[in-house]
Design a protein around this ligand. Sequence first.
Ligand code: NAD
Ligand code: UGA
Length: 436
Amino acid sequence: MNIVIIGAGYVGLTTGACLADLGHGVTCVDLDAERIAQLVHGRMPIFEPGLAELVRMQAAAGHLHFASRPDTVVPLADVVFIAVGTPAREDGDTDLTHVEAAARDIALLLRSEALVVLKSTVPAGTARRIRQLIARRRGNSDIAVASNPEFLREGSAIADFLGADRIVAGADDEASRALLEEVYEPLTGNGIPLVSTSTVNAELVKYAANAFLALKIGFINDVANLCERAGADVSDVARGIGLDKRIGTAFLMPGPGFGGSCFPKDTRSFVQTGRRLAARQHLIEELVDKNEARKRELARRIIREAGDKPAGKTVAVLGVAFKGNTDDVRESAALTIIPLLQRAGLKVRAHDPKARAAASEYLEDVEWRATAYQAAERADLTVVLTDWAEYRDLDLRRLSGAMAGQTLVDFRNVFEPSEVIRHGLRYVSLGRPPMA
Ligand code: NAD
Ligand code: UGA
């Protein structure tokens, strides 16, 4: 099939490269001409493990192309995916400006047999509204709009796409359904379940899935607080509950509050949809507030660990990305926590394997270091905020030797407590009693 993808970000590029890998001819269109120029020259605008190699391979094989305008490529397309950003508006609702602009851009270019598919995360009813928008522009309603939400995670995007737990295909007519099924046949033919449903159902699946996953994280963060008071260990509690198949072990890692480009905005949007349709999502409303409060509470905890007079002390922050394996800092806990530490007078030295450039746009007066050990050099305390695999492998003797102070605050529970204290450090982690 001939597929065009509008938006070459994390989702658009991954979708494009993977669909090319599955045998389709794909062109990724992005109005960011610099991004397209980079891609044409084999350079990746984002860090996503394995994606650079897959993009280069598919481009070299002639299966994947790039364009900064839709004009010449959309008229040849069987299916056009829209995978542009859907950020949160000030009031928490989803800003559909980019989706609407993309729909307007392509409306007059589409063949009448072509199908438009919304890959972006959009609120219930958007596919139907975009269908009307395109119909108004074309002066007829020949173009159908389907909904095919994406469930990939940054950091494991390719594996998540090609090995998805399920594909959700929302369509409101048989022809659209058949086209979508054809796109994904290489995956469903290999046993990946297809949830074939209406567009509004598909749109709600996406928000409900993210809200539920975020709830699991909010829940385990609360349980971690309880474990600290009860002298219990949250990792054992999480494993103990997670092995019940109805609960599942995934997404039960306590942390400094969920971040990223999706959970925070999607939970807020879900809340707004609930309010608009008079079916309030009280659980998620509370979750959103608690998640923000958690970031501030953990900042206070770090300040307390810095002693009675935190002003002038140095804290080494390991990790500013919203999670490991990504250079993305959108809504990362570090962006809330670091300024609060600075406001308390702490000097912040930081390290991140990939996210320094992105974080530098939001953070001021941070001394960046090239390695975790350099960041910890003469630091009064070291704080882990991102679960990068390389932090797990740190030589704790070397880290402890580099620091002036003795406290290691680990808000990702990357270390084994007994290992940390064996190296002479005081260890503060989540959901486990402090150890010295
Ligand atoms: P992104 O910001 O990384 O990329 C969006 C791209 O779209 C940008 O490169 C931008 O220049 C381009 N763009 C915007 N308007 C355009 C237009 N009119 N024409 C052409 N290009 C245009 O966004 P993302 O993280 O890939 O997210 C895209 C959507 O997918 C969002 O709705 C998001 O909620 C959803 N989603 C994201 C993830 C994720 O892990 N990032 C996972 C699942 C779903
Ligand atoms: C999340 C979902 O996992 C994807 O299924 C979804 O497609 C995507 O949002 C989206 O809609 O865009 P992502 O944001 O890439 O993916 O990252 P996650 O791995 O889900 O992590 C989100 C946040 O929760 C991170 O800050 C992470 O550190 C935190 N988290 C995750 C925890 O604190 N504990 C956990 O057990 C899991």
